[in-house]
Design a protein around this ligand. Sequence first.
Ligand code: FPP
Length: 251
Amino acid sequence: MSEAELPQSATPPFKAPRHVAIIMDGNGRWAAARGLPRVEGHRRGVEALRRTVRAAGELGIAYVTIFSFSAENWSRPAAEIGELMGLLRRFIRNDLAELHKSNVRVRVVGERQGLESDIVRLLTDAEELTKSNDGLTLVVAFNYGARQEIARAARRIAEEVAQGRLAPADVTMDTIGGFMDAPDVPDPDLIIRTSGEQRLSNFLLWQSAYSELVFTPTYWPDFDRPALEAAIGEYQQRERRFGGLVAKTGS
Ligand code: FPP
């Protein structure tokens, strides 16, 4: 597995994981702790996102996946859903040019059906504008649920079989992986969840089979480069065996 060297300034001198996925949790609690409305936590969460993407690029991370709106988030109050949709709109409108200038490629995973048409267009435009960039890939998981993604893949595989284009015996792990929303994106080496919660909450269940999980008590709006470096430091101390006996060299 290829990895990028961290710049000299990064301490300790370690290699960056290739793909870091982040469950950005704790916006509401960050706000509540300050007597602020929840939306203020989400707004500050967008600033943390900007910081983190910048830091990830500087640290030589090739892929960052962010859990920005889950399929389950629809159960929140309508006003909060509206705020989150508004933040996504503003994030893309305000930050896309900068991301593009920084050579970031944007990818989107999740269910687009049922989203407002202008949101679908913004997501599609962001992917289209940045598709030839070869710097960091930012995978935005929006209206995303891992079980839903697996069910979508299963449905599409069933259609292939029904059409006679695929034999049931040929449905392998690779086949299933190839029907995920972003099949060319490597599995995450490291998944970080902020806010002290210790679960995956329907995030990347297929892709996380061998991911290292790091949980930090930091609320997402406080997340920054030192917090990212600390999580990578913890990841580096883990011995990744991928089910075998001998630790693989690399990430
Ligand atoms: C979890 O905090 C966070 C979310 C549900 C959404 C994450 C969204 C952002 C960081 C900002 C939006 C960014 C984009 C690109 C749309 P929580 O509300 O569950 O916090 P709590 O568990 O403390 O209540």
